[in-house]
Design a protein around this ligand. Structure first.
Ligand code: 2AM
Length: 190
């Protein structure tokens, strides 16, 4: 069992990340802002994973086809109990719901119980945030989603990013995966 907590997510490109960071700065929510490189939208949270499960988790993602789509991040919100300030879409696009559904479904044979709570797409901007005045993001942030990733938590010391992207899968082409080893990105065809 490795120490990190694993999750499938959407990871923003640089332009989207910069716009999210700008919204975060404008909200000035005190608390702990996420490092810009950590901004992401979780699809399915896995938690700790046994080494023996990792191969099967990759296999579950390999067969996802999905469709590219655009995510309109048009609002911020605040959840008082976890004190999280987030950005998200007013409406969940159907290809996003389908992607989450397919991932959860494919992960059942790997031993993961699907989360029962309704999926609420959000990008956490700030933790331990003071109550802020959530509202619309105008103009909305247009996020062209063309891939999903497997990421793991573990860093975060000394203000460095907390999360690391392990692997990327393009949407629309089942069976191809993009590995992201340090700074080199290559395409694996199985
Ligand atoms: P959050 O941003 O709403 O806290 C890595 O920790 C990612 O997984 C974060 O995006 C976090 O969501 C999410 N996450 C952490 N613990 C979780 C849990 N128990 N259930 C669902 N998602 C979780």
């Amino acid at each position: 069992m490795s120490d990190g907590r694993y999750f499938f997510a959407l990871w923003p490109n640089e332009a989207v990340r910069d716009q999210l960071s700008a919204v975060n700065r404008r909200m000035a929510a005190n608390g702990r802002p996420h490092h810009a490189d950590d901004l992401h939208m979780t699809l399915v949270f896995l938690g700790q994973v046994a080494d023996s499960q990792l191969r099967r988790i990759h296999d579950a993602a390999d067969v996802i086809r999905g469709r590219p789509f655009t995510l309109h991040l048009d609002r911020t919100g605040y959840w008082p109990r976890p004190r999280i300030l987030w950005a998200g879409p007013e409406r969940t696009p159907e290809p996003l719901s389908q992607l989450v559904f397919d991932l959860k479904n494919n992960l059942i044979p790997c031993g993961f119980e699907p989360e029962r709570r309704t999926y609420k797409p959000h990008v956490t901007l700030h933790r331990k945030a003071e109550s802020t005045d959530p509202g619309k993001i105008e103009p909305s942030i247009e996020w062209p989603v063309t891939e999903f990733v497997l990421a793991v938590s573990g860093g975060g010391a000394g203000g460095s990013p907390r999360y690391r992207v392990l692997q990327r899968w393009p949407l629309g082409t089942a069976g191809d995966s993009l590995t992201n080893d340090a700074d080199s990105i290559s395409v694996n065809r199985r």
